[in-house]
Design a protein around this ligand. Structure first.
Ligand SMILES: Cc1cc2nc3c(=O)[nH]c(=O)nc-3n(C[C@H](O)[C@H](O)[C@H](O)COP(=O)(O)OP(=O)(O)OC[C@H]3O[C@@H](n4cnc5c(N)ncnc54)[C@H](O)[C@@H]3O)c2cc1C
Length: 433
């Protein structure tokens, strides 16, 4: 089978434009975006969004009828690699998480009325959203155990439950909530998704959970991870998104391409850390030479280059499988890149910090912030261990126990078999002796 994820010239020009645009217009905003606040940032980004739209690069993850280009995952992946270099670049391109994934779900499963009310304003940037699935008291890695319930009461649904880590929950206008609608159904069909406006009585946003990424208390800031109580939350029957019991199917649709985009964004971050490490190596002089002359530092650079290249090719390959054979066929490839990509991201940043010594550990460089961001990548989108398990199980399906539990490569057994098979040759050799 031939593999082909090459880039045509027209699209390469778009990629070159994006790389230059992000570096010129967006990187300079990074060091003051907390000072600007959300509204200031939106003002700064508004004209950039117009430029992106004029290039036909706005919300490209969506189907063509909603303004996307029907690009496919390989092209989207290459775009996300560039956008990943800055935490605010996706905002300028209309594909910032979690709105991007939520808009995909709405595009996929929303009724025409739901699209009018929620999707179109979301795409226009007039509304913000959050995805509310994980609960503090049940394992997010096994969402079949969700406890949040949605019960039908006449024409309405009533939701009760406790969620946390609903990213952007405290600045969202609406939440896409995953709740169990039929606890007796098969595990994969127990839950459904609902659109819940945040101002619905009974929705109580308790706090943005302080994290390694945002260690200080904050509320209502972009990128916060909200803890939310749903107390007797009544929503109309048409708040159901997709069919009853389709929650997990929809979540999978959202997560497959999302993981490819995440992995490519991680490469964008890793590349920036890598560039910083290489730059440092050129001038820091210690023990008689610059760091570039130390073999350990050379190893860090070579290992990082190899690992980033491997992660990049694996991710583009997963994207290509998804484009050519569909999401199901790409399942193992996507699980592979999830844990491998997260490790590469972590390790490259870690080496870059080490090469910078105390400066790398300080907040005078963005490396420490990248490092905290990288640590989360091993947990969200499914913890790495679950993806490793998926990969191992899939691989092990191709193996079976050998007869008599004797390993297939057991040398004494193979030698005995070979002696029998080639006895005539062995006899001839012995006769000549
Ligand atoms: C930055 C960030 C943003 C997030 N954003 C959102 C969001 O917007 N919406 C949302 O709903 N959720 C969000 N989450 C939550 C995320 O999806 C969950 O944290 C994740 O699914 C893991 O669930 P958990 O935290 O309950 O850990 P658990 O399920 O309790 O797992 C804990 C650990 O157990 C181990 N483990 C689990 N299963 C296995 C296994 N099969 N084999 C071996 N070890 C295993 C792993 O080491 C795992 O890390 C976010 C999380 C983070 C960190």
């Amino acid at each position: 089978m031939s593999w082909d994820f090459s880039t045509d010239r027209d699209y390469q020009e778009q990629l070159d434009w994006m790389a230059e645009f992000v570096r010129r217009e967006i990187w300079p905003l990074e060091s003051i975006w907390h000072e600007l606040g959300l509204d200031g940032l939106r003002q700064a980004i508004a004209p950039l969004q117009e430029e992106v739209k004029a290039r036909g690069l706005w919300a490209t993850h969506l189907p063509p009828e909603l303004g996307g280009q029907g690009m496919g995952q390989v092209r989207l992946g290459l775009m996300h690699e560039i956008l990943g270099s800055s935490p605010i670049a996706p905002l300028a391109f209309g594909n910032a998480a979690p709105d991007s994934g939520n808009s995909e779900i709405l595009a996929l499963a929303g009724s025409p009325e739901q699209k009018d009310r929620w999707l179109h304003p979301l795409l226009a940037g007039d509304l913000r959203s959050a995805f509310s699935m994980t609960e503090p008291d049940t394992p997010g890695s096994d969402p079949t155990q969700l406890r949040t319930r949605a019960v039908r009461d006449g024409e309405e649904w009533v939701i009760d439950g406790h969620k946390w880590f609903s990213s952007n929950g405290s600045i969202a206008d609406f939440l896409i909530v995953m709740a169990v609608t039929n606890p007796d159904a098969r595990p994969s069909q127990r839950a459904s998704m609902f659109i819940v406006p945040v101002d619905t009585p009974g929705v109580e946003i308790l706090r943005d959970v302080p994290t390694m990424e945002h260690p200080w208390e904050q509320f209502g800031a972009y990128g916060g991870h909200s803890e939310i109580l749903y107390n007797n939350v009544r929503i109309p029957g048409d708040a159901l998104l997709g069919g009853e019991g389709e929650g997990f199917v929809l979540a999978q649709h959202r997560l497959g391409p999302g993981r490819i985009h995440h992995c490519m964004r991680w490469l964008g971050v890793a590349r920036r850390a890598f560039d910083m490490m290489c730059e440092r190596a050129t001038y820091r002089h210690a023990h008689g030479s610059v760091l570039a002359d130390k073999q350990t530092v050379q190893n860090w650079i070579a290992d990082s280059a190899a690992e980033m290249q491997a992660a990049r090719l694996m991710t583009l390959h997963a994207a290509w499988v998804m484009d050519t054979e569909g999401a199901r066929a790409a399942r193992t490839d996507i699980a592979l890149i999830k844990f491998y990509g997260a490790k590469v991201l972590h390790d490259v940043i870690d080496r870059a910090i080490q090469a910078h010594g105390s400066l790398g550990y300080s907040t005078d460089l963005p490396l420490e912030q990248m490092y905290r961001f990288a640590r989360a990548a091993r947990i969200y989108d499914g913890p790495d261990e679950v993806h490793r398990q998926t990969v191992a199980r899939q691989i092990l399906n191709g193996y079976q126990a050998p007869a008599g539990e004797v390993p297939s490569e057991h040398l004494p057994t193979r030698r005995r078999e070979a002696r029998e098979r080639f006895s005539h040759l062995l006899e001839a050799v012995t006769a000549n002796d």
